[in-house]
Design a protein. Sequence first.
Length: 82
Amino acid sequence: MRLLAERGLGAAPTPTISNWVGVAEGTLFTYFRTKDDLTNSLYREIKLELADAMMSDFPKEECSYQAATCLGSLREVGHCKS
């Protein structure tokens, strides 16, 4: 992600990205159709990890709809009951 942030999506060639993460270039396209798909997947993963970290000390039984709305889609990571 740092590579994309430093160079921008258009300027980061897929061979550079694949070398940076330690996989073959073709492997990237096995899992991600485009660089946009890769970037979106990375963003989602970082967002979910951040939500987990933010909610780690929050009492799950007191999780309200308002808190979930305020902090984002926490139901995706299983912190709030429907």
